[in-house]
Ligand binder design. Structure first.
Ligand code: IPE
Ligand code: IPE
Ligand code: MG
Length: 251
């Protein structure tokens, strides 16, 4: 059986820094420590895919200095962590747009993707310049082009085909964690999260560690996932209910 796919909206870096009287970027620096800790912990906890929201396409609205720091941190993370990622069997890939990522950060990211391509203990997906709405539009465009050139009939476009085009076949997340108390998706994996369990914690991302991840997973394991069915509870076969007897409401 394949393991869990956990997705995380890593939020609260700015608040963490402010509460300590530090500039916002120090919160992002603290956040990198949490990434390190969670990536190390994940495989032991049954996680085989981890998708981290690192930079949203809407985050370009932030001051250039903060954006610059974030991409500097991305470059540093890739450069410094590559060795350990390889040692721990972590395969890194990025999702989102690539054409606006600063050149030096992109080069390190691509190098990390290339060098870790053969690893399979954990698939770490970094969502960078990511917008789920833009990704859905891209996948739709791709299918429309195939329809235009005649390699696909419009009638063949199904939820499965659109999902495949959107994700390349990566299984949907089982659990979404968002830190720092906000309870929204902020344009993250809108389609993929259709049946994910949602877990919100007030812990700020730079404080989030292995123990917090374990708490989230323990909560997840208590959930009953039904996917629209009736879950594990036995359903009473309709033919066993006498026609003239009022049906009891299932509870
Ligand atoms: C999350 O922390 C990191 C990114 C969005 C890149 P924030 O920077 O959003 O922190 P808050 O929400 O302002 O506390
Ligand atoms: C979402 O956090 C993006 C990332 C964590 C990278 P934001 O802090 O940007 O989201 P909003 O603005 O609170 O919705
Ligand atoms: Mg935020």
């Amino acid at each position: 059986m394949s393991g869990l796919h956990v997705a995380v909206i890593m939020d609260g870096n700015g608040r963490w820094a402010r509460s300590r009287g530090l500039p916002r970027w120090r919160g992002h620096l603290g956040g990198v420590e949490s990434v390190r800790d969670v990536v190390r912990a994940a495989p032991d906890l049954g996680i085989t895919t981890l998708t981290l929201y690192a930079f949203s396409s809407d985050n370009w609205k932030r001051p250039a200095a903060e954006v610059g720091r974030l991409f500097w941190l991305l470059r540093e993370y890739c450069t410094r962590e590559r060795g350990e990622l390889l040692e721990n069997g972590v395969r890194v890939t990025a999702i989102g747009r690539r054409d606006r990522i600063p050149r030096s950060a992109l080069a390190e990211l691509v190098r990390t993707e290339t060098e870790t391509a053969g690893e399979s203990r954990l698939h770490l997906r970094l969502a960078i310049d990511y917008s789920s709405k833009a990704e859905i539009a891209r996948a739709s465009r791709e299918l429309a082009q195939r329809a235009e050139t005649g390699s696909l009939a419009a009638g063949e476009i199904s939820p499965d085909l659109l999902y495949q085009t959107l994700t390349g076949g990566v299984a949907a997340p089982d659990l979404l964690i968002r830190t720092a108390g906000e309870q929204r998706l902020s344009d993250f994996l809108l389609w993929e999260l259709a049946y994910a369990e949602l877990y919100f914690t007030t812990v700020l991302w730079p404080d989030f560690r292995r123990a917090d991840l374990m708490r989230a997973l323990a909560d997840f394991r208590r959930r009953e996932r039904r996917f629209g069915g009736l879950g594990a509870r036995p359903a009473s076969p309709p033919e066993l209910v006498p026609a003239n007897e009022p049906k009891r409401r299932a509870v």
